[in-house]
Ligand binder design. Structure first.
Ligand code: GDP
Ligand code: MG
Length: 293
């Protein structure tokens, strides 16, 4: 390894649904963060590490900035705030399809940032040149210290360019993590997230927001991984919805989750899902801690 090795923390921050997780996955070239069209899909700070011969970029995907309504949200916003404090570069993502408004407190953190900010106008594939020019002007004026870059995380437009800019901006440092490490989260975490992704996809209204997945057992055998997981909801009525008529909804969730987990662990998977009620877990600090928030 040459002594010119560069490493840095690159933290992806923004409002819900602007495409932060899609962007991180595009930048690391792996599906680490789950992506859905629903807000609050990402609840944790998830690191995605990109390693090269002479660099290591530690990306962090974070929950979308929101007004906390539950204790769960407080903990989600702590993940966001931590991402402001340890960044070497901030990727602040906005959505071209709707005028992104950011509360004063968070806007000030971006404006006062001591580290470089790349202001990424995402989803340009859905917009026109005229609209783009208007948005570039708007954000250049609003956040004067930022470098404004149009991107399409989904269409991979300018993703390579962002990578090049980041490589210019991160400092000379030895690697922070072993060079074969891809993330800071465990296999169990990604299994739980995969199940939660299916819940986000197949259930409506408050169900996805009231659900939490806990991996009870994870036994990695020679030819099969045996997993027992609990879906935690807040009320009996939600439990009934998760299970569905004759258990059909839960069965579909389980089948689709199993297939996705099999792709991820590259093995056959035996997945057992159970549903449990934990009243108002989203407002119970102790429970949040045991669930990893
Ligand atoms: P997050 O909440 O900021 O992490 O946003 P996600 O990455 O979960 O994406 C939210 C939604 O926007 C999903 O439906 C994505 O497929 C979609 N999306 C993200 N980036 C793009 C993009 O560049 N173009 C388009 N058309 N859709 C995108
Ligand atoms: Mg996300």
């Amino acid at each position: 390894m040459s002594n010119k090795h560069k490493s840095g923390f690159v933290n992806i921050i923004g409002k819900p649904n602007v495409g932060k997780s899609t962007l991180m996955n595009a930048l690391v070239g792996e599906k680490l963060s789950i992506i859905t069209s629903k807000a609050q899909t990402t609840r944790h700070r998830i690191m995605g590490i990109l390693n090269g011969e002479d660099f290591q970029i530690v990306y962090s995907d974070t929950p979308g900035i929101l007004d906390p309504k539950y204790k769960l949200h407080d903990s989600m916003m702590e993940f966001v705030n931590s991402a402001f404090t340890d960044a070497d570069v901030i990727l602040f993502v906005v959505d071209i399809t709707e005028q992104t408004t950011v509360d004063e407190k968070h806007l000030k953190k971006v404006i006062d940032s001591k580290v470089p900010v790349l202001l990424l106008i995402n989803k340009v594939d859905l917009s026109s040149q005229e609209k783009l020019e208007e948005q570039v002007d708007y954000w250049k004026n609003k956040i004067k210290n930022a470098e404004v870059i149009p991107v399409s995380a989904k269409g991979k437009f300018n993703v390579k360019y962002i990578f090049d800019r980041i490589l210019d901006l991160i400092p000379e440092n030895p690697p922070y993590f072993p060079k074969d490490q891809l993330t800071d989260k465990s296999e169990r975490f990604f299994v739980a997230e995969t199940i939660r992704e299916k819940i986000l996809l197949y259930y409506q209204k408050e169900i996805p927001y009231s659900s939490q997945v806990v991996i009870d057992t994870f036994v990695d055998e020679k030819n099969i991984v045996k997993i027992r997981a609990e879906i935690i909801v807040e009320r009996e009525s939600q439990k009934a919805i998760i299970i569905g008529h004759q258990g059909k909804a839960l069965k579909k969730t389980g089948t689709e989750a199993r297939k996705a987990i099999e792709r991820f662990v590259n093995k056959k998977v035996f997945l057992e899902l159970f549903v449990k009620v934990d009243k108002d877990w989203r407002n119970n600090e102790k429970r949040l801690r045991t669930y990893g928030y």
